[in-house]
Design a binder for this molecule. Sequence first.
Ligand SMILES: NC(=O)C1=CN([C@@H]2O[C@H](COP(=O)(O)OP(=O)(O)OC[C@H]3O[C@@H](n4cnc5c(N)ncnc54)[C@H](O)[C@@H]3O)[C@@H](O)[C@H]2O)[C@H](O)CC1
Ligand SMILES: [K+]
Length: 499
Amino acid sequence: MRHSSDDLPLALYSATQVRALDAALIAVGTPGFELMRRAAHAIWRALRREWPDAGALTVLAGHGNNAGDGYLIAALAQRAGWQARVLAVGEPQRLQGDAARACDEARAAGVEVRAWQADAQPQGVLVDALLGTGLAGEVREPHAAAIEWINRSGCPVLAVDIPSGICADTGQVLGAAVKAQLTVTLIGLKLGLYLGSALDHVGRLVFDSLQADPQIVSHQQAAAWRLAGDLLPLVPARQPTTHKGQLGHLLVVGGDQGTGGAALLSAQSALRGGAGMVSLATRAEHVGAAQARLPEVMSLAVASANQLHALADKVTVWVVGPGLGQAAWGRSLLSAAAASGGAQVWDADALNLLAAGAVRIAPGSVITPHPGEAARLLGISIAALQADRPAAARALARRYEVVCVLKGAGTLVADPVGRLLVCDRGDPVMAGAGLGDVLAGLIGALIAQGCSAWQAACLGVWVHACAGESLAHKGNGLAAGDLCDAIRHLLEERAACRK
Ligand SMILES: NC(=O)C1=CN([C@@H]2O[C@H](COP(=O)(O)OP(=O)(O)OC[C@H]3O[C@@H](n4cnc5c(N)ncnc54)[C@H](O)[C@@H]3O)[C@@H](O)[C@H]2O)[C@H](O)CC1
Ligand SMILES: [K+]
């Protein structure tokens, strides 16, 4: 499981932006080879910290500057008394410029450099210096075979800058990708390191700025930002005189015949998330269970939208969709919510009805699709959506003029003006039923307490993920109700530290 590391920078860059950073640093007087030398030292330090007694390493080198880093790492290891060798993949004669100079330096240090063959014996720590930010398209042979060789070796693996085969912009595997235990990334964090399949390939992540001029790095308009650090201070403060009327009235609308649980979970989460008053508009069959399980929630048996119209002016925020279904009952309630003028958080079937064009969503609302719902909203396949999650999140935010929370490994939060945040907290244990209902209720609760849609989405995603992390020890099959309690605990900790 990856732990967020708060000493990592917040800004996340595309491959193009990082190459521009490299060029900008070189332009202000740091030679490319000096950057490469610093990279090698940073990586060699991280390697020795991780595997101090290995005594041997094998660099798999491609043809570009990623390979150049690898050759210089081998030279440092050889000079430190380790047994270092480089297996050159493809035609080493294609090395140019700084990378060719780095190869010469490795040979001069006594490093054995020879062509990689599929029957080569892996030895010591494997250093993946095949491909970095220069990867273009699906990995070609013989690099793909070398990647499979690394992954089958059973040896510890360090990836230079980014695991070879991982797209630096989307985190997607382009044909084949190295699975590393440790990735040392340089100058700027790449957005792709936090998305999708990359999470299964990066291992522990170490960053080194190579003493890059912060003036330059900060000037670049980052592709995205990490949701990192302690966001709990953003939770609206409560004064001693605060009363529930100041903490908003949240209405959950959902739970058609047979699907009452989802709406109940959203209501429970809204309660634990601190909303002043929580009501639940659901089918009559679920009211008994709701009252028994959540007596604090005002549960209403709703047969038609008229009953919601009567409520509308008392409701601060509507959380619509959990267990709503897509039949006439659900459609009519969703239309009432859309016409209410209150803040909206739409999830699950509300999004499917939106995708079907059955209703329009008010600008400034929050939507919380999982990849399937997002693909339907965009009219694309899930595979196409997952191939570039940042683009999908941004497209949804712009198309509907909403804050879009695109759930999944590396949950994204996008707004219509182009802001994009990535959550690198959470745990695979959270891949379970009902956790989306909990997130929707939590985001609604934060809006009820005064957060903007953007703040509530970012903070809700972060609190939800951190609460899930705190339950990782429970193993798979995390109960959504436990997550609600963990969220309450996290927010109570926050309230306590404010006293
Ligand atoms: N001064 C700097 O720029 C620094 C860069 N650092 C390291 O350099 C790499 C980026 O190097 P670059 O030469 O731009 O590209 P790569 O080494 O990643 O790869 C280019 C290399 O790979 C071949 N190639 C591209 N796509 C494919 C493919 N699909 N299949 C097979 N082969 C492919 C291409 O032909 C080239 O030969 C960066 O990641 C850093 O590691 C330093 O760290 C800092 C200074
Ligand atoms: K690499």
